[in-house]
Every structure is written in structure tokens, then in C-alpha cells.
Design a protein around this ligand. Structure first.
Ligand code: NAD
Ligand code: MG
Length: 360
């Protein structure tokens, strides 16, 4: 636990992200965020058997006055529903959770989003501590305060801004993460370099082998640098009125690919990898950036084993129609995050269809 790194997120509700190997065993640090006597630990069917008992025991050992119960939900996006959200609230009620109760979200982004939303709503908002166990959750979903559930009509349609009290990213948990999930997280890590930090892209290229081999030091460095970028952005624009939109680099393409191909195709990180390369080529197409930048990004993502081409069978015009329906598109005009070369992203409105079709 020594040598843990920290990233502080400022703003109206500041909190600290701790990153290191073995943090989930530090019961005293975890329990220091429990103001009352109720700790409600939410996890999923894959993560709970691996880590939940140890976390609950660590909290109880440090604070015998606290009651800690584990709530285990089914794994996967299909459980991020209003029904499951209601179930969490009923469990909080049965637990007798008071306004000083603390929710711990132990898992990937699915658990983090739904448990965070339950914490946002129970008694109009109680404390939440994020314990992310996927790389994506460590560098993205556990930071920034967005919580949500899905509706049949679309993802993340119901939610709230509810920043956590603290985040503990224990890199030891990444050792059990499936390879494909690790790579999906790496796509979002690359995104921070692409939008704000050219030198980070070089660092990632130099440490690609170590990251894929799950070297704890390399992972901690990549997570800390990613969190620092996300923190800087959400601090200045917590409610996504401006700069926070840069975090959607590659995502307009990705969402179109994800919805068009339906279930069983690319996962989110893979679609983001394809999308970022398309956004880079679009920038070249519009004369904003050099083609060499796009090629370099493509090569880096390929090194991480991520796809860079639109999957065969997806019609370009169908993808463009999907993009018009994206919840971030303004009034039917195509709006993209583009870059003026690696590390310099910006939002561009009124992008002509032809330019988009040319890179699909
Ligand atoms: P996930 O939570 O579904 O986790 C991926 C899979 O890995 C699951 O099967 C899970 O059970 C398993 N798993 C998790 N940790 C593990 C571990 N350490 N060892 C073994 N298996 C493990 O998916 P995700 O990619 O972490 O998150 C995706 C979700 O995050 C989506 O719902 C997305 O909308 C949301 N998200 C939210 C934000 C935000 O700002 N709130 C940002 C990005 C994404
Ligand atoms: Mg994303």
C-alpha cells in the first residue's frame, strides 16, 4: 500500500482518487469515509466472489461499530436498469440506512453508475465511495460524478450528477480482469493523450508491453495520468456545458457503431478505438491536421490489440443517420470532436456529411 499515488479532483465537492496495489485491504482508509454506522457495499456476480468479502471484512475490522452488508447484482450492462435501481433502494430501506450511510461501489462502470445513482437518490443523496475494478472504471466512470441507469429506449437516460466522496483504484484487481476488458480501458487511456497530451501518447507507446503484461507500476502511472486529465476537465466544466465534451473524442462514431451493430459486436472501448481513428482521419480530411498524426494514433491502438477499422457490413449512410440521433448532436447538425494534431482536440459543429462519409 505504500507508494500509492493520489489525484485530487477540485470544484464544489472535492475528492481524492487513490491509486495503488492493495488499497482494498486498507480498511481504515475505506472506513474513514463512513460518517454513520451503515456501509452498503454493491458489487456484481463476477466481482463480488473475488473481492467483496475481503472489503467488507476490512471495513468491519477497522470500524466494529459499522454494519457492512454486501448487495450482489447480476453482471453486465443489461442489469443497469430502473428495476435494479429500485431493488437497491428497497435494500437500503430494509438495511435501515440513515442519511449518514455510505454506499461503496465495488466493480466496473455498471456497478459504479447504478450504485452511485442509488446513493444520489436515497434520502436525496448520501455518501458514495467508488472502488473501481476495471481499467475503464478507474480512468473514466468512477471520476467526474456522472451516475445513471439505462432505459429500453437508450443508455444512461436517467441519472444524476453525484460526485463520490473518494475513489480507491486498487491495481491488484486488474489481474483478474479479462484481456478484452483491459484493452477496452486502454482505448479510453489513449483518448486522454489524443485530446490533451501528445507526450502521453509517446509514453504509452514506450510502455505498451508493460501495460499489456499488467505491470502494476505502468498501470498506476497510466491511471494517474488519465485521472489527472479527467479531473482537470471536470473541475472546470462539471456539468458538460463546454470543455467536458472533448471527452467524447471518437464517441460520436463509436455510439453509431455500437447501436448499428446491436448486441455481440464491438464493446465500447473497441468502438471508441475505431471512432478515434475515424475522428483523426476526419480531421485530416477537413485540413485541420496532418495525416501522420492519424497514422500514429492508429498504430498505437493496433499495438494495444484494438480494432481501427469500421466492422464490415455497417453501411456508411446508416451510421451517419445514427449520428444525427446521438443525444449530443445539436438539432440535426453533425457535431464532432476533431483534433488539430495529437493532443489538441476541439469541438466542431456543422461538419458536412460528405467529409464524414469519406472516412467511413
Ligand atoms: P462492466 O462494469 O460491465 O465490467 C466489465 C466486466 O468485467 C463485467 O462482466 C464485470 O463483472 C467484470 N469485472 C469487473 N471487474 C473485474 C475484475 N477486477 N476481475 C474480473 N472481472 C471483472 O463494464 P465497464 O467497462 O467497467 O463499464 C461500462 C459502464 O460504464 C457502462 O454502463 C457505461 O455507460 C459506464 N460509463 C460511465 C461513465 C461515467 O462517467 N459515469 C463513463 C464511462 C462509462
Ligand atoms: Mg467512453
Amino acid at each position: 500500500m505504500s507508494g500509492a499515488r493520489h489525484v485530487d479532483v477540485g470544484g464544489a465537492a472535492p475528492y481524492r482518487i487513490a491509486i495503488g496495489d492493495g488499497l482494498l485491504r486498507d480498511g481504515a482508509a475505506l472506513a474513514s469515509h463512513v460518517r454513520g454506522r451503515h456501509a452498503f457495499l454493491v458489487s456484481d456476480a463476477n466481482v463480488a466472489p473475488l473481492y467483496a468479502r475481503d472489503v467488507a471484512d476490512a471495513i468491519q475490522a477497522a470500524r466494529p461499530d459499522v454494519r457492512c452488508i454486501v448487495s450482489c447484482m447480476p453482471a453486465g450492462e443489461s442489469a443497469k436498469t430502473l428495476d435494479r435501481f429500485g431493488e437497491l433502494l428497497r435494500e437500503l430501506a430494509d438495511f435501515g440506512a440513515t442519511r449518514d450511510a455510505c454506499v461503496f461501489a465495488l466493480g466496473g462502470g455498471v456497478v459504479g453508475d447504478i450504485a452511485g445513482f442509488a446513493a444520489a437518490c436515497w434520502m436525496r443523496g448520501i455518501d458514495c465511495v467508488q472502488l473501481p475494478t476495471t481499467l475503464l472504471a478507474m480512468v473514466d466512470s468512477s471520476v467526474g460524478g456522472k451516475t445513471a441507469v439505462d432505459l429500453p429506449q437508450g443508455k444512461n437516460l436517467v441519472g444524476a450528477f453525484h460526485p463520490p466522496r473518494a475513489v480507491f483504484a486498487d491495481t491488484a484487481t486488474l489481474r483478474t480482469l479479462p484481456d478484452r476488458e483491459l484493452r477496452a480501458g486502454l482505448a479510453e487511456v489513449v483518448k486522454y493523450g489524443a485530446i490533451r497530451d501528445d507526450a502521453f501518447l509517446d509514453w504509452l507507446d514506450a510502455h505498451a508491453e508493460a501495460l499489456l503484461a499488467r505491470d502494476a507500476g505502468a498501470l498506476a502511472e497510466a491511471i494517474a495520468r488519465s485521472c489527472a486529465h479527467k479531473a482537470a476537465i471536470v473541475e472546470r466544466d462539471p456539468l458538460e456545458h463546454g470543455e467536458r465534451a472533448l471527452l467524447n473524442f471518437g464517441h460520436t462514431f463509436a455510439h453509431a457503431i455500437e447501436t448499428e451493430q446491436g448486441y455481440g459486436g464491438l464493446n465500447h472501448g473497441e468502438a471508441v478505438a475505431v471512432g478515434m481513428v475515424r475522428a483523426a482521419h476526419l480531421s485530416t480530411q477537413l485540413g485541420l491536421a496532418d495525416a501522420a498524426d492519424a497514422r500514429r494514433l492508429e498504430a498505437l491502438l493496433a499495438r494495444f490489440g484494438l480494432p481501427v477499422e469500421v466492422p464490415a457490413g455497417l453501411a456508411p449512410d446508416a451510421l451517419v443517420s445514427r449520428m444525427r440521433l446521438d443525444k449530443k448532436a445539436a438539432a440535426g447538425r453533425l457535431r464532432f470532436v476533431v483534433w488539430r494534431g495529437a493532443g489538441r482536440a476541439e469541438v466542431l459543429s456543422d461538419v458536412p456529411d460528405d467529409a464524414v462519409l469519406a472516412v467511413l
